[in-house]
Write a protein that binds this ligand. Structure first.
Ligand code: ZN
Length: 479
């Protein structure tokens, strides 16, 4: 079954190739994921072949590549669950359900193993070393079984969410490839920018929503999508059977909102367009050809991908502008400017919250303001700290610590989002508005397309901001 389907997919590549979409040629040179996949709903199965062209932009000769198999967090017996106990009932809408990723073959490798702390790492030994600025290519055959879960990857009640449905190259840090485990708090993904060329076949009654530009061919009861994106952090699809779409443009960018249950879709669309406009003017130019927001089954408010934001179908109307503005801010603070979301999650979350507050202040028609959002964060953080410091006199309110160190959703929310937001407000006060915004633009320009460490970001704001960053991140300041 798999082989036949894959050859069908390859045929689609040739057809689309003639239509003019090509990938893996971006500047700067990137690694490229070329994925041909087909989804079978009855089995909740994605069958795929991924040709990965690794471009070595490290300073070391590498003989081994490592990939995150995020799908394995959804398997039975996973040590690191993708969802906390608090959110499990709304995520597993049909009771417990499991999935996972099975690696069937790796061509172009000396050998490969699946291991790591939680069956989460694919290690591929290459036949020879790849030196800096050289490339190597491997081909991975694999299949993903989706759990019935409202989550980033899974069969939800109404939508099928496909993110991290492929082996993802591990982040190469100071000590080599980092083997991060999944976390039910935050987003454990640390992705270098790469190019993607994805051919996805689905039954014809599904519509696939994605970021970037794509083409679509319907034949023999299926639809095949070919989507090419360059210099992005990820690729993701949301499949649904009853999507409707509203569209507009902002700063010359097509903005689209796909929805199925939202009774006032113009609200999400205008929040997406207005926030895209505001952030483009305030931080720097939006890098992608399109911006898409999609309503989907998701246990949290929303989730960001490059050029694509997912918002939960369970949001109240009043929450929609805030969630859309937050996810749109992640196009700047996650997608364009990367950071280590596993080790310093507040870096992009705090900045996304802070950006949302700025946006709401500039667009009062959405019913919020900077001051109100800041006061809410301060109030929430103080309430959290009052409880936390009584329970644990040695309360650790430091911020530069990994996702796995958090004890619960409440602690994570308060340290990454609320304290993160308050931190940026204090930096703004310490530096003065003019210097603050020029520092933020500098941060954007310097690290657009890269991953900024915490130190890199703090350095952009100059010496007046240093003590603020220091006291907040080390958990020394009193709020
Ligand atoms: Zn966020």
């Amino acid at each position: 079954m798999k082989r036949k389907l894959l050859s069908l997919g390859m045929g689609a590549v040739l057809i689309f190739g003639a239509a003019g979409l090509t990938a893996c040629k971006s500047e700067p040179e990137n690694s490229c994921y070329n994925i041909v996949a087909e989804y079978f709903p009855e089995e909740r199965l994605l069958s795929a072949e991924m040709t990965f062209s690794f471009y070595n932009d490290t300073e070391n000769a590498l003989e081994e590549l490592k990939f995150e198999l995020w799908a394995n967090a959804f398997r039975e017996g996973a040590a690191y669950s993708p969802v906390s106990e608090l959110y499990a009932p709304s995520a597993y809408y049909n009771g417990k359900s499991y999935g996972g990723m099975e690696i069937l073959a790796v061509d172009g490798a000396e050998e490969y193993t699946v291991g790591g702390e939680d069956e989460n790492i694919l290690t591929v030994t290459l036949p020879s070393k790849v030196y800096p600025d050289e490339s190597a290519e491997i081909k991975i055959n694999y299949r993903v079984t989706l759990a019935e879960i409202n989550h980033r990857l899974g069969v939800g009640k109404n939508t099928i969410n496909l993110s991290a449905f492929y082996p993802v190259l591990c982040y190469y840090g100071e000590n080599g490839f980092c083997e991060y485990v999944y976390s039910c708090y935050g987003d454990p993904f640390v992705n270098e920018c790469a190019d993607f060329d994805v051919t996805l076949t689905v039954p014809e009654d599904y519509t696939a929503v994605y970021g970037g530009k794509g083409e679509e061919v319907a034949e023999n009861g299926t639809k095949t999508y070919h989507v090419v994106t360059e210099n992005v952090r990820d690729t993701a699809f949301v499949l649904g059977k009853s999507f409707e779409c509203v569209k507009t443009t902002a700063c010359g960018i097509d903005v689209e909102y796909y929805y199925y249950g939202d009774v006032s879709p113009e609200l999400a669309l205008s929040a997406a367009a207005d926030s895209l406009t505001y952030y483009s003017k305030t931080f720097g130019k939006y890098a992608y050809p399109r911006y898409v927001v999609v309503e989907a089954d998701f246990p949290y408010g929303g989730m960001e991908f490059s050029g694509l934001s997912l918002i939960s179908s369970s949001l109240r109307t009043s929450e929609i502008p805030l969630v859309v503005a937050h996810e749109t801010a992640h196009q700047w603070w996650y997608s364009m400017v990367g950071s280590n979301q596993f080790e310093t999650p507040w870096q992009d979350e705090g900045l996304a919250e802070f950006s949302t507050a700025l946006f709401l202040d500039a667009y009062p028609s959405y019913g919020g303001s900077y001051r109100r959002m800041l006061d809410t964060s301060i109030g929430a953080y103080r309430a959290y700290f009052a409880i936390y410091s009584q329970l644990s006199p040695e309360a650790d309110t430091s911020m530069n610590r990994p996702l796995t160190s958090y004890q619960g959703d409440y602690e994570y929310r308060n340290l990454a989002y609320d304290k993160g937001m308050i931190l940026f407000d204090c930096v703004k006060t310490a530096t003065g508005e003019r210097k603050f915004f020029s520092a933020l633009s500098r941060y954007f320009e310097k690290y657009n397309g890269k991953i900024a460490r915490y130190e890199d970001m703090a350095a952009c704001f100059g010496s007046h901001a240093e003590p603020v960053f220091e006291s907040f991140t080390k958990g020394l300041c009193v709020i």
